[in-house]
Design a protein around this ligand. Structure first.
Ligand code: PLP
Length: 423
């Protein structure tokens, strides 16, 4: 298909074919797994030319594409996957990784250096929180954070009060936040980055972990983000059978990300890439059902006598002020993740989890099967105890990832497990 025709089509129509030329693979309708570590050059001159472009020794000439060299640098499966992923977010380029954490850590290491300051939102996924607060400081990187509900002026005051405002080098946010579904204003975060960019005459980029909304339900680049990050293990992979990550943005920024990826060796392998290509074909169909089911489940939980509080973007109303405004501005659906507090504490929460029959007791999210977990003692066990309390990640909180099952069966299972919380 020519690129003009493709431009007028929706991403879900292109996930089966975009960027793949059957004539280069014996006519196979599906892209085969190119299970190879290295690629044969037609000549020594060609090998030299490929390396010159790959290592940035010279700019590619008009129409010259990066040739296939070695699977740590590029592989046909990854290239097709990266091209397809750009379509959802309207990104210029994409880099895929062997995990969400490797995408996140590669980006942070590329854009930060010793002496820099990183601004983050809170709370973050436990793994990101650990890397940022416990590992980055070992490399001389200072971390400063802001909380949900703090406006641009409050955050600027915090940064200025640090006496290191001139060191601000990067902004990293996660929205909706895992596991509280708190929303952070992407456009406002970009304004903060731009404020200090202008003041100190340097580029300060904004990266958004968009894992909770997947590539369908929120498009951070359209709200000013420079980079969007995914744990592709979640909605993109969608079947709980692969660990992967992705980063999207402009050609110039992704070139930097891919540069470090090559030397850290954190790219996805061909088999992982192939699984993701297969998953992308059903991404829209899966996510549509998950969002539909999540609305039904949240409505059931809200007001249930054994449930104290439900954390779900769909439950926000005008009374929630800024959170409601942010939701309407940047979220295209209410998502597929619901957290709730059971009445009681850890004992009641564990009774509920142990009583589930259809829903699996497991961490992770975004997959076809519904999952339930206990953030305080599982995904977020490592997060500072005071912070957990402050962000309502308490012993009574349960996190649900809603799958594609019939919603009536999910509700049946939740109902029977909630009944067991008192016995
Ligand atoms: N970001 C978020 C919001 C997550 O929930 C996770 C994993 O749960 C990650 C990043 C890390 O992704 P991965 O497990 O693929 O490394």
């Amino acid at each position: 298909m020519d690129s003009e025709t493709a431009k007028n089509m929706k991403p879900e129509s292109l996930m089966m074919s975009y960027g793949y030329k059957p004539e280069l693979s014996e006519g196979a309708v599906k892209c085969p797994i190119f299970q190879t570590s290295t690629f044969v050059f037609k000549s020594a001159e060609e090998g030299k030319a490929f390396f010159e472009v790959a290592y940035g020794l010279r700019n590619a000439q008009e129409g010259e594409e990066l040739g296939l060299i070695y699977s740590r640098i590029n592989n046909p499966v990854l290239e097709i996957l990266e091209n397809r992923l750009t379509l959802w977010d309207g990104a210029e380029d994409c880099a895929v990784f062997e995990s969400g954490m490797s995408a996140i850590t590669t980006v942070l290491l590329e854009f930060l250096k010793p002496g820099d300051m990183l601004l983050i939102s809170n709370p973050l996924y436990g793994g990101s929180d650990h890397f940022i607060k416990k590992i980055l400081p070992k490399f001389g990187i200072e971390v400063i954070d802001f909380k949900v509900g703090q406006c641009k002026e409050d955050i600027i005051k915090i940064i200025d009060a640090s006496d290191h405002a001139d060191k601000l080098a990067f902004v990293y946010i996660e929205t909706p936040a895992n596991p509280t579904n708190d929303l952070i204003d992407i456009a406002c975060s970009k304004e903060i980055a731009m404020h200090y960019s202008a003041k100190y005459q340097k580029e300060i980029y904004l990266a958004v972990d968009n894992t909770y909304m997947g590539p369908l339900w929120q498009h951070p680049l359209k709200h000013g983000a420079d980079l969007v990050l995914y744990s592709a293990t979640k909605y993109i992979g969608g079947h709980s059978d692969v660990i992967a990550g992705a980063c999207l943005g402009s050609k110039a920024l992704i070139k930097r990300v891919k540069g470090l990826r090559t030397f850290l060796g954190s790219m996805a392998g061909p088999n992982t890439g192939w699984l993701l290509l297969r998953s992308l074909e059903t991404l829209k169909a899966r996510m549509d059902i998950q969002a539909f089911n999540a609305n039904k489940v949240a409505a059931f939980l809200t007001g249930h006598p054994r449930v104290e509080k439900v954390y779900f973007p769909g439950n926000l109303t005008e009374k929630d002020g800024e959170q409601y405004v942010i939701k309407n501005k940047q979220c295209l659906t209410n998502g597929g993740m619901i957290s709730f507090d059971v009445k009681g504490g850890e004992k009641e929460a564990f009774r509920f989890l142990n009583a589930l029959k259809l829903i699996k007791l497991a961490v992770s999210l975004g997959s076809t099967e519904s999952l339930a977990e206990h953030p305080a003692t599982m995904t977020h066990s490592d997060v500072d105890a005071e912070l957990k309390k402050e962000f309502s990640i308490t012993e009574k909180m349960i996190r649900l990832s809603i799958g594609v099952e019939n919603y009536e069966d999910i509700i049946f299972d939740l109902n029977q497990a909630l009944e067991k919380t008192t016995s």
